[in-house]
Design a protein around this ligand. Structure first.
Ligand SMILES: [Ca+2]
Ligand SMILES: [Ca+2]
Length: 287
């Protein structure tokens, strides 16, 4: 290999590190949550659990834009999405990475699992506030993965919990599928999520190339979710502005109901970051 070629290779390698890994602009409308009392719900009594009992591989993923100023205080929880899989703002000292509180938040992603044992398995990771973020809980082969933007964290395989929880051993209110909070306080006093959500997808397979090594690996987040044979539910929040019901694009009929003012915004209340490189890239992606 010539020295020139080696230099070129190392330049390309360095460029890959320096360039922004991704940027994101939402598609169509978004769900807007005010952080005071807004949430969207699939009542458990009508819809049950989204992921069927004994499912041994699944993915729950979404794009969201948090505008919360602060982490919740100790002892409080700030739910973003919740049922068999839960995402919530977490306690910063539990994060696997250090949290810079000026522009970062600590988020907890977890799944309720069962098998020979039952319990909750999750990870606290750092994401950016006032920017679009991707997160996914992915489960397969008794192993939980948490994808967050351009990273993915693989937990240790735990064979006694090999399928999704077919029944949550929790108070009735926890069994609803909720986006942005609960109807009432249960066990943990909660705060509501403040920000926007572009899209949420629930699947009965483990999507994406998953790392072999435990710990943190690189990840390339998908920018658009489509519905396919493995999609259990997909909300795009592309309804007309001001809508208070949100259709399930999977065809499975999981129509979310917005509560206390949770509604769609067709004209985006937030814009992608003004960084020219990433804006250009976002534009290219959306064309
Ligand atoms: Ca959308
Ligand atoms: Ca409200």
């Amino acid at each position: 290999m010539s020295n020139k070629f080696k230099l070129l290779l190392s330049c390309i390698f360095m460029l890959n590190i320096v360039l922004p890994v991704f940027s994101f602009s939402p598609s169509g409308g978004v769900l807007v949550l005010d952080g005071e009392d807004d949430y969207a719900i699939l009542p458990f009594g009508k819809y049950g659990y989204i992921i069927p009992r004994d499912t041994d591989a699944f993915t729950v993923e979404f794009w969201f834009y948090p505008t919360s100023d602060n982490q919740p205080e100790a002892g409080k929880s700030n739910i973003i999405l919740s049922q068999q899989v839960r995402f919530a703002l977490g306690t910063k000292n539990r994060c696997i990475d250090p949290v810079n509180e000026t522009d970062e938040l600590c988020i907890f992603g977890a799944a309720y699992l069962e098998g020979a044992a039952n319990g909750i398995s999750g990870v606290h990771v750092v994401i950016k506030k006032n920017e679009w973020n991707y997160m996914a809980v992915i489960f397969t082969d008794s192993t939980l993965y948490l994808a967050y933007n351009d990273k993915i964290y693989k937990k240790r395989k735990f064979t006694p919990m090999n399928v999704v929880a077919g029944e949550l051993r929790l108070p009735e209110g926890f069994k609803n599928f909720c986006v942005g909070g609960y109807a009432e306080d249960f066990l943990i006093p909660k705060l509501y999520f403040q920000g926007e959500i572009d899209t949420i997808r629930v699947s009965n397979i483990a999507r994406y190339d998953l790392p072999i090594e435990k710990g943190i690996s690189a990840f390339e987040p998908p920018h658009r979710f489509s519905s396919d044979a493995n999609t259990l539910a997909l909300w795009n929040f592309d309804e007309h502005e001001g809508s208070e019901t949100f259709e399930d694009a999977s065809g499975n009929g999981y129509t979310l109901t917005g509560m206390n003012g949770a509604t769609t915004s067709g004209t985006l209340a937030v814009q992608p970051t003004s960084n020219s490189l990433s804006t250009t890239w976002a534009k290219i992606k959306s064309e």
